[in-house]
Design a protein around this ligand. Sequence first.
Ligand code: FPP
Length: 233
Amino acid sequence: MTIKIPHHVAIVMDGNGRWAQQRGLPRTAGHEAGEAALFDVVEGAIEYGVKEISAYAFSTENWRRSPEEVKFLMGFNREVLRARRDQLNAWGVRIRWAGRRPRLWLSVIDELKAAEKLTAKNKTLTLTMCVNYGSRIEIVDAVNAMATDVASGKLKPGAITEKTVQKYLNSNYLPDVDLFLRSSGEQRTSNFLLWQSALSEFYFCEAYWPEFRRVDFLRALRDFSLRHRRMGK
Ligand code: FPP
């Protein structure tokens, strides 16, 4: 059976904390276990021909977590990027960062920038790490930038189109999301890629993220291929 493959898959890697709690482990152990899931999915995605994966690694809302967990997630993002970038590079993966600078640890920004630079020419798959990412603030930032350009005469009021808004987004290189996937049984978007997922298909599964593997990803792809996307027509 040939299946229709989504170009861009957005992933909310949810359930790390609950997975850990179920096992009597600290929440951070769940995040650690989530690393293997992400890279197994990326390897599977390459095999199945998916071209873009956007992974929600740290949201602008995650600053509300305990200082210990925030600190752990910052350090963990940095270490994972450093430890995995050569492997991803060898797979032909281009790493990109979507998110905001304010509050984000400089050492994490440096690691994201280094990974982007190292992998800039890769074409097999683009993995966008969404770190300190929030969709509403991304849109607000774009609105402010447009207002500045209107004030200086660079942009004409009334001439702003969907394309213009897209261009002003921090993640303006990202195409529309075809498949929006969330693990752990929760059915929410949680402020992830709202503009980009206006016409996407949603897939929710019960598995907690640390136990999610490429076979689960393939199940999501199969489900996607059975959907009839009318795109408003
Ligand atoms: C949501 O689970 C997950 C996060 C907030 C962090 C995402 C990070 C990972 C999946 C680890 C992999 C990261 C990298 C950098 C590869 P949760 O803590 O909200 O789980 P819960 O809903 O069960 O509490």
